[in-house]
Every structure is written in structure tokens, then in C-alpha cells.
Design a protein around this ligand. Structure first.
Ligand code: HEC
Length: 176
């Protein structure tokens, strides 16, 4: 079975990392339209030193509200769920022999995304993010199941210190 029961799975994720209790009770809504982020300049590396931009979707006071999470999601939490969708989609495409969608370009935003709590964006997070993005690039260069699973391992490496809630789910994303 290649397609997971997405609404069910997403509702499991909401034990995540913040004050998400209300969200955990909200019905899953996969039909919602969510904001597209402005593209990052291609020639500039996003790092821990990149200042966060006040007022963008997912910043404090501008959380991304949805029926799934009426309290609103931070930019980083929103990105994380985008990662889940992107990776699932990539795997389906690889299986079908179709070209891989661009991942790195979207995912590198994580190094300069507003988290739910300001102190979540720290040295450790950034080091782990660099490792994660390296795994994403390796998979883009050579889309094998092993390289895919290295991405998942990098998700878990960061989560095992920063945000343990979704680990079991992330582990279930492995390419068996
Ligand atoms: C560099 C560290 C790091 C990496 C790598 C990482 N995460 Fe996260 N993740 C976080 C942090 C921190 C949060 C909490 C974000 C927030 O609440 O603003 C989070 C939140 C989440 C959430 C909960 C989102 C929500 O609804 O609140 C999920 C699901 C998730 N990550 C999945 C993944 C997956 C899948 C990967 C790999 C494809 C991944 N993460 C890679 C740090 C990371």
C-alpha cells in the first residue's frame, strides 16, 4: 500500500511540540488552501544568521490558521508538514519513474523559519538542519531508497533532541 491514510496520520502528528492540544481534537482537513511562501533568492544561502522576517505567514501574530489547527501553525510547523507531503510525493514519483520534484529549494527555508518558540531555532537545530539538507541533496542527486531513508534518519536525529512527538510517525515514513 503506497498511499497512507493522510487525515488519520496527520491527526496523529499533533502531539508534536507545542501547545497543540486543541489542534489534536480538530478534524483533519487536507483540502485547505495554505499560503505559498515567497521564493528564496537562489544565490543566497539561508543560515542561522539569516534574520527572520516579521509579519510573514507563520510568524508570531500571523500563525497559519486552518480547520485542522484553529490555533494556527508556525512557519516551521507548517514547513514540517510540507516535508511530509513532499517526501511522500517524491517516493511515489520515483516509484513511477517520473522526474523528482525539487525538494532542497523548498526545504532549505527551515534554517530561517519562525518556530513556535523562539528558542527552538538554535545552534543545535541549525547543525541538524544542515545534516538534513545534505541528505536531501544526496537524494536529489541519486534517488535511491537508501538515500531516501537517510533523509528520514536525519528527521529523526533532529527530533530525538528537539521535538519527540512525531518520531514514531516519521519512522513509519521509511522506504521498506
Ligand atoms: C533540524 C531539526 C528538524 C529536522 C531535520 C526535522 N524536524 Fe520536524 N520539527 C522540528 C521542530 C523544532 C519542530 C517544531 C516546530 C514548531 O512547533 O514550530 C518540528 C515539527 C515537526 C512536526 C509537527 C508539525 C506540527 O504540526 O506541529 C512534524 C510532523 C515533523 N516535524 C516532521 C518532520 C519530518 C517528516 C522531517 C523530515 C522530513 C522533519 N520533521 C525534520 C525540527 C526538525
Amino acid at each position: 500500500m503506497r498511499t497512507l491514510a493522510l487525515p488519520f496520520v496527520i491527526s496523529l502528528l499533533l502531539v508534536a511540540c507545542g501547545e497543540q492540544t486543541a489542534a489534536a481534537k480538530a478534524p483533519a482537513d487536507t483540502q485547505q488552501t495554505l499560503p505559498d511562501f515567497a521564493p528564496l533568492p537562489a544565490d543566497v544561502e539561508v543560515t542561522l544568521a539569516t534574520p527572520l522576517v516579521p509579519g510573514v505567514p507563520g510568524s508570531p501574530g500571523h500563525l497559519i490558521k486552518s480547520s485542522r489547527n484553529p490555533n494556527g501553525d508556525s512557519e516551521l510547523a507548517y514547513l514540517m508538514r510540507l516535508f511530509v507531503d513532499d517526501l511522500r510525493d517524491a517516493r511515489v514519483k520515483v516509484d513511477a519513474g517520473e522526474p523528482l520534484p525539487k525538494l532542497y529549494d523548498r526545504h532549505r527555508r527551515m534554517r530561517a523559519a519562525w518556530p513556535s518558540k523562539a528558542d527552538q531555532r538554535n545552534e543545535r537545530f541549525d547543525t541538524m538542519a544542515v545534516g538534513y539538507l545534505g541528505a536531501v541533496r544526496a537524494f536529489e542527486a541519486d534517488a535511491t531508497p537508501a538515500n531516501y531513508n537517510n533523509i528520514i534518519t536525519a528527521c529523526i536525529a533532529c527530533h530525538s533532541g528537539a521535538c519527540g512527538g512525531p518520531i514514531e510517525f516519521i519512522d513509519s515514513m521509511k522506504w521498506q
